[in-house]
Design a binder for this molecule. Structure first.
Ligand code: FAD
Length: 449
């Protein structure tokens, strides 16, 4: 069983920098191989960008960061943990859901995303997406395929389609929700890859009008006991010692060993797993310096910067799923994840970072009212991940050109290996678990175990 220590106690084989899911997975594999492992975590808690807080409002928990477990095909390692540890799922409300669309200044309710006179435009978009995705082999790693012509932003790919304003705005809102940034920032490749894997445009997009459990249908379920339970499940197999509230400042590979400098003193180990978000790597000094590929990724950081906002609301008679670009900016997607009577929990993703003053509950309420007139916001929970010095961004969505660079960027340098969802096309917790496992195997090779 892992344990928190006040300071390093004696000699360690491996230091793991960062106690998110990547660090947890690496620590489990390495301690099970008989190595002595120290996890060094800057925050006063583990789990990084997935963070459950129990009893936040009215008895309900809040997930400040990642929460949704994608489908089994996309998240095999995650589901293995969920099944093995018997973690309960939360699929949301099973009542019929009201679908609300907001585009070109018009609010519509019903299963059709666009007005009837844009049906042909909508169809053109779907057919185009399907044709683009058919160039991707779903069974081969995306990094090994020559699909650089798809590794561009969305406006470039849909130029000339003459989409109607509603189709264009709703698709832009869709990309913003997936990528956490305006649609001219992220690469088109991740969504096209998802479409190729699922074999259906509507199954891979929000346009599969989610009649039943909106977020769960499109993003996957949440965990009934929170993502904290998943992290605890992974850590239950780890015997690592854990330093909390200690920041890593430098990593110096001396050839025979690695010296890790921290705010609580130095530790010398045989090998290191650096499981920090790429956006914070430039705060740590590396000797020898990081590979050019990793320096370039670290300089750019993850694309996703927009905010996830959890709202505890009343005067909400039906569960709803709302999608669009509100006038003046606001929520690109907002959906009930819990509903009872006229009270609900709504999870929203903003249409652009900073577009809404989230600390102003009245402003948040006005923005939500564009979708659901009369709804009342009682409490708001959000965390500024983009401003957080230990995260500098939210989820690991790719910019154009990053897909090809990421495998090289993750390559071990001497005795230092790299892990974290930001290095992996699998995104989210799955990418963290996957790369944590890869880095642990690399460490075993470095140490000759
Ligand atoms: C708002 C939001 C919504 C998301 N939604 C989803 C979702 O629905 N589904 C999904 O699968 N994923 C989602 N994600 C992404 C998911 O949370 C991350 O991909 C995953 O948690 C990353 O794990 P990691 O171990 O790679 O990195 P992290 O969790 O970031 O772990 C890195 C650790 O390093 C620590 N650290 C940083 N700097 C230092 C330092 N100098 N010294 C020591 N420690 C340091 C950090 O504190 C952190 O604990 C979301 C993320 C956010 C923020």
């Amino acid at each position: 069983m892992h344990r928190v220590v006040e300071k390093p106690e004696g000699q360690y084989d491996v230091a793991i920098l960062g106690g998110g899911f990547a660090g947890a997975a690496a620590s489990r594999r390495l301690t099970q191989a008989g190595l002595r492992v120290l996890i060094i975590e800057a925050r006063d808690r583990l789990a990084g960008r997935m963070w459950t807080q129990e009893q936040f409002f009215d008895g309900h928990a809040v997930e400040w960061g990642g929460a949704f477990m994608l489908d089994r095909l996309s998240y095999p390692l995650t589901w293995k943990e969920i099944d093995a540890h018997g973690l309960a799922l939360d699929w949301g409300s099973l009542e019929p859901t009201k679908l609300i669309w907001l585009s070109a200044g018009e609010r519509r309710v019903g299963p059709m995303p666009v007005p009837l006179d844009e049906l042909a435009s909508f169809e053109r978009l779907i057919l185009h997406l399907s044709a683009l995705a058919s160039r991707i082999d779903p069974h081969r790693p995306i990094e090994e395929q020559d699909v650089s012509e798809l590794d561009v932003t969305w406006p470039t790919l849909i130029e000339g389609l003459a989409l109607g304003p509603h189709t264009r705005e709703l698709f832009a809102a869709h990309i913003v929700t997936l990528a956490g940034d305006p649609w001219d920032v992220p690469s088109a490749l991740p969504l096209l890859h998802t479409i190729a894997k699922s074999g259906s445009v509507s199954a891979a997009t929000f346009f599969a009008a989610p009649y039943d459990t909106p977020m769960a249908r499109t993003l996957g379920p949440q965990l009934a006991d929170g993502t904290g339970a998943l992290h605890a499940a992974v850590m239950s197999g780890s015997d690592a010692e854990v330093l909390l509230g200690v920041k890593v400042t430098a990593v110096e590979d001396a050839g025979e060993s690695v010296r890790v400098q921290t705010t609580a003193g130095d530790v010398t180990v045989g090998s290191v797993v650096c499981a920090l978000p790429i956006g914070v790597l430039s705060n740590v000094s590396f000797t020898p310096e990081l590979s050019p590929e990793l320096q370039s990724l670290a300089g750019q950081g993850v694309a996703a910067q927009a905010e996830k906002v959890t709202m505890f609301v009343s005067n909400c008679p039906e569960p709803f799923y709302a999608h669009g670009i509100p006038e003046g900016g606001g929520f690109a997607t907002a959906s009930t994840t819990f509903h009872e009577g006229d009270r609900a929990i709504v999870v929203g993703f903003t249409s652009e970072a900073g577009v809404l003053d989230i600390n102003d509950t009245a402003a948040v309420e006005r923005s939500l009212q564009q979708y659901v007139p009369g709804i009342k916001v009682e409490a708001v929970a959000w965390h500024d991940w983009a401003g957080d010095e230990f995260a500098r961004g939210t989820w690991s969505y790719l910019r154009p050109g990053q897909t090809a660079v990421r495998p090289k960027a993750r390559q071990a340098r001497g005795r230092v290996t790299f892990a974290g969802s930001d290095f992996d096309a699998r995104l989210g917790v799955e990418g963290a678990l996957h790369t944590g496992g890869l880095a642990a195997e690399e460490v075993l090779g470095i140490l000759g175990r």
